[in-house]
Ligand binder design. Structure first.
Ligand code: FMN
Length: 215
C-alpha cells in the first residue's frame, strides 16, 4: 500500500511485503539487542567490515543532507594502547585540562574517579576504534545519528561496539588531531570501539519513557 504522493513504490520495488516486514523486524531487533560491549576477544575486524560500518554510518539522515562527518579508523595495537593510556591520563590530570572541562560529560567527577582504577582501560581492549568527527560546528547531532547507524550495523554482523565519550577530550586535543590528519576545527563527536564480543553482555535497564505532553 502506497501513501498518495509518496515514492515508496519506487524505493521498495522488487521486494515483497514479507521481505520488507522481515527487514523491518531485523532493524527493530538490532535496536533492542545492541549493547555497550566492554569485553572483546583478540580477533581483528576486517577492512571489509569496517567499510560496511562506515557506509551504514553515512546513510544516517543529516540536516539539509549536509553529511557533516569524517571518520578516523585506528586498528594498530601500538596506537590503541598509547591513546588508551594518554586518554586516561588526560581524564585524571589535575587541574582538569580544558578539553575535559568542555567535554560535556555528565557527572565528570564520578567518571574521573572511575578512570583512576587500576583495571580501567579506556577502549576495553577492543581491536578497532572508529572516531567520528563533525566537519562543521553544528554537525554534531548528525554525527550522533551516524554513530547509532554504525552500532546497529555492527550488531547485524555480530560485532560489539561501545561509544567512548570519555575519549572525546583526547581526540579534541590539537596534537592528536594533527597526528590523525584531522582539521583543528572539527569537534570530535564520538569515538566508538568495535570488536568481537568476548562472552555475553547482560541487558541494561531503561526507565519508563517520560511523555510529558500528548495532545
Ligand atoms: C555519548 C555516550 C558516551 C558514552 N561513553 C562511554 C564511555 O566512555 N565508556 C563506556 O564504557 N561506555 C560509554 N557509553 C556507553 C553507555 O554507558 C551505555 O550506552 C549505557 O550504559 C547503556 O547501556 P547499553 O548501551 O548497553 O544499553 C557511552 C554512551 C554514550 C551514548
Amino acid at each position: 500500500m502506497t501513501a498518495p504522493g509518496s515514492n515508496l513504490n519506487v524505493v521498495t520495488s522488487g521486494r515483497s511485503s514479507e521481505a520488507r516486514a522481515t527487514e523491518a523486524a531485523g532493524a527493530v531487533k538490532a535496536i533492542y539487542q545492541r549493547r555497550a560491549v566492554r569485553a572483546y576477544d583478540e580477533r581483528p575486524v576486517t577492512r571489509h567490515d569496517v567499510d560496511f560500518l562506515v557506509d551504514a554510518a553515512i546513510h544516517a539522515p543529516s540536516a539539509v543532507n549536509c553529511q557533516p562527518w569524517a571518520f578516523v579508523v585506528i586498528q594498530e595495537r601500538e596506537f590503541l594502547d598509547r591513546y588508551a593510556k594518554e586518554g586516561k591520563q588526560l581524564l585524571l590530570n589535575e587541574p582538569p585540562v580544558i578539553e575535559v572541562v568542555e567535554s560535556g560529560l555528565p557527572d565528570i567527577d564520578r567518571l574521573r574517579q572511575m578512570a583512576s582504577g587500576p583495571d580501567f582501560e579506556l577502549f576495553h581492549g577492543a581491536p578497532a576504534l572508529i572516531v567520528i568527527y563533525a566537519t562543521s560546528a553544528d554537525g554534531l547531532a548528525d554525527c550522533y545519528l551516524a554513530a547509532q547507524n554504525l552500532m546497529l550495523a555492527a550488531w547485524t554482523l555480530g560485532l560489539g561496539t561501545c561509544p567512548i565519550g570519555l575519549a572525546r577530550p583526547l581526540f579534541n586535543r590539537a596534537e592528536v588531531k594533527e597526528e590523525l590528519g584531522v582539521s583543528l576545527d572539527w569537534p570530535c563527536a564520538l569515538p566508538i570501539v568495535v570488536g568481537w564480543p568476548d562472552g555475553e553482555t547482560p541487558p541494561t535497564s531503561r526507565r519508563p519513557a517520560q511523555i510529558v505532553t500528548w495532545r
